[in-house]
Design a protein around this ligand. Structure first.
Ligand code: SAM
Ligand code: SF4
Length: 332
């Protein structure tokens, strides 16, 4: 066992999020442009490279691995990768293997994912209305996602719904979403829209979760929970239903001081912070024939560059801290 990964601010890095593709079968308005130019295949980490890198991180103390994208379930052979990673669950080195998905392919893969030891998944869903879903995703079909969620539940996985709070889009569905999740026993987390990629006016889209939370509080009693995941989410319990609701508030409140995570892009760049440019190119290091020890040193050097936090800020009525990268490249 290696020495744990500790960054310059004494934060232990135990959580790796890995984007396995920049491609997606949807085109959510806040995430992608309609005409996206995707990366040539040779740029992407192969499944073997993904395995080597993730396994190295796990050997260095990463306990939680989240697979994301783009849409992870559209990557060819992705189940081979999940099967490969499940060996680290069996050995006890990894505590949790999970994914974030748009749910469109979940009906097909739910049983296989459960068999690989995936116990919880996040499904992104911003509306329960067919027409609005087709609009926000540009061409998605809501019933496909609903079938996927049902399949995940039937396979024994716990589902958390991730909803991006969008002004003028899903404000009117706040209580519909809460009720549906309570009935279905899904956890629900709201996310503030972040300035990633050039996809429209963020200030127009931005619905502060402070306001959203206040609106819920006018009808329901919210009990703050002490639970922390080392990320930007804070949780409450709705007294009336017992359901758990999360708020990811990178804009109205950041929680960088307890950040425990780093992100690996589908091209093998390690980003130490979603909202900063500090990164290390691990793909080129690997492709130049670096030894396992050399790769570990490269990872340690990268972690020593982890910045204190991001600079996203809309408070001056302009977008500050804008990142040119799309979320689908870095992995949301
Ligand atoms: N395709 C998968 C999905 O939609 O769940 C995984 C990748 S997606 C980039 C991960 C999460 O990022 C989704 O919940 C999505 O809603 C969120 N997201 C994408 N762009 C965002 C943005 N600009 N601000 C906030 N959240 C965003
Ligand atoms: Fe695809 Fe997820 Fe981005 Fe939507 S949020 S376009 S589903 S990657």
């Amino acid at each position: 066992m290696q020495a744990p990964l500790i960054d310059p601010f004494q934060r232990a890095i135990s959580y790796l999020r890995v984007s396995v593709t920049d491609r997606c079968d949807l085109r959510c308005l806040y995430c992608m442009a309609e005409q996206m130019t995707f990366l040539p295949k040779a740029e992407l980490l192969t499944l073997e490279e993904l395995d080597r890198l993730c396994s190295t991180f796990i050997g260095m103390g990463v306990k939680k691995l989240r697979v994301t994208g783009g849409e992870p379930l559209v990557r060819r052979g992705i189940m081979d990768f999940f099967r490969a990673m499940s060996r680290h669950l069996s050995s006890g080195a990894l505590e949790e293997l999970t994914l974030t998905t748009n749910g469109s392919q979940l009906a097909k893969y739910a049983d296989d994912l459960a068999a690989c030891g995936v116990r919880r998944i996040n499904v992104s869903l911003d509306t329960l209305d067919d027409g609005k879903f087709a609009h926000i995703t540009r061409w998605g079909r809501l019933n496909q996602v609903m079938d996927g969620i049902a399949a995940a539940k039937a396979a024994g996985m716990r589902v958390k719904i991730n909803t991006v709070a969008l002004k003028g889009f899903n404000e009117d569905e706040l209580f519909t979403l809460l009720d549906w999740c309570a009935t279905q026993q899904h956890d629900l987390t709201f996310i503030e829209v972040m300035p990633m990629g050039e996809t429209g006016d963020r200030l127009d889209q931005f619905w502060s979760l402070k306001d959203l939370r206040r609106s819920i509080g006018e009808r329901l009693s919210l009990i703050p929970l002490a639970e922390r995941t080392g990320g930007p989410a804070r949780y409450v319990q709705v007294a009336e239903t017992g359901q758990k609701v999360g708020f990811i508030t990178p804009l109205s409140h950041n929680f960088c001081e307890s950040c425990n995570r780093v992100r690996l892009t589908c091209t093998g760049e390690l980003y130490m912070c979603l909202g900063q440019e500090d990164r290390a190119d691990l793909r080129d290091a690997m492709r130049s024939g670096l030894s396992d020890g050399g790769l570990e040193d490269a990872i340690r050097r990268a972690i020593s560059l982890k910045p204190k936090g991001h600079d996203f800020d809309y408070s001056r009525r302009e977008v500050a801290g804008q990142m040119p990268r799309h979320m689908s490249h870095t992995g949301g």
